[in-house]
Write a protein that binds this ligand. Structure first.
Ligand code: C5P
Length: 222
């Protein structure tokens, strides 16, 4: 049983990324933002003019991805570097989120990214966030969490997050995009967005980030 992995899954905009960084900072562990991998793949596919239907090419790109996740010294942010280029902000664009979720339904692509995600599990431990961290990628861990929040609250959180990094969108449009992405993620046959049966589910609608972090830290098993 893996005790040095914490998985944090949940729908878009729920705050998984922020919470994961804080947990990783508290434990001095490594971090995996698995959604970023799907977003990067979407970005690279676009740059190479690869159709989202071309699974063979997508798998090729997924296998070759030259990426680095570099946490800021204070672990407040994760810098994402592709082939030496900082794409941290670029991949946050909703265009890539939607494309990522279209790519993410393909079992061959998910398989190609599996070993890459598991390779993040190095000492002293790992905090991994995504949709299938507890169900598929690290099912052996004892520390599984599933965060939820109302659709309105999630759209608002994502809206503020995007604003903070200079990406301006309409709240109403964002809410629609998030809802359709969540629907696609939850209803796909491979690794759908669903809480693992042994995950602790936390409704964060009325909670601050600090409160969510505290609840998770209090439930960790070592
Ligand atoms: O978490 P983030 O919003 O960056 O993820 C973008 C998309 O990547 C999700 O909507 C989902 O379709 C896909 N994803 C996934 N499995 C993960 C993480 C992300 O399918 N573990």
């Amino acid at each position: 049983m893996m005790v040095n992995i914490v998985t944090i899954d949940g729908p878009s905009g729920v705050g998984k990324g922020t919470v994961s960084l804080k947990i990783a900072k508290h434990l001095s562990w490594n971090i995996l933002d698995s959604g970023a991998l799907y977003r990067i793949l979407a970005l690279i596919a676009k740059r190479h003019q690869v159709s989202l239907e071309d699974e063979i090419k997508l798998v090729e790109l997924a296998t070759e991805l030259d990426i680095k996740f570099i946490p800021e010294a204070d672990l407040s942010k994760l810098k994402i570097i592709y082939a030496g280029q900082d794409i941290t902000t670029e991949i946050r664009n909703e265009t890539y989120a939607t494309m990522a979720s279209q790519i993410a339904v393909k079992s061959t692509v998910r398989k190609a990214l599996l070993a890459r995600q598991r390779a993040f599990h190095v000492l002293p431990g790992l905090v991994a966030d995504g949709r299938d961290m507890g169900t598929v990628v690290f099912p052996e861990t004892k520390n599984k969490f599933f965060l939820t929040a109302s659709c309105e609250e999630r759209a608002l959180r994502r809206y503020k997050q995007l604003n903070n990094i200079g990406i301006y969108v309409k709240l109403s449009e964002l809410a629609v995009e998030i809802a359709s992405r969540d629907k696609r993620d939850s209803t796909r046959t491979i690794a759908p967005l669903v809480a693992a049966t042994d995950a602790v589910t936390i409704d964060t609608t009325e909670l601050s980030i600090e409160e969510v972090v505290e609840r998770i830290l209090n439930k960790l098993v070592f």
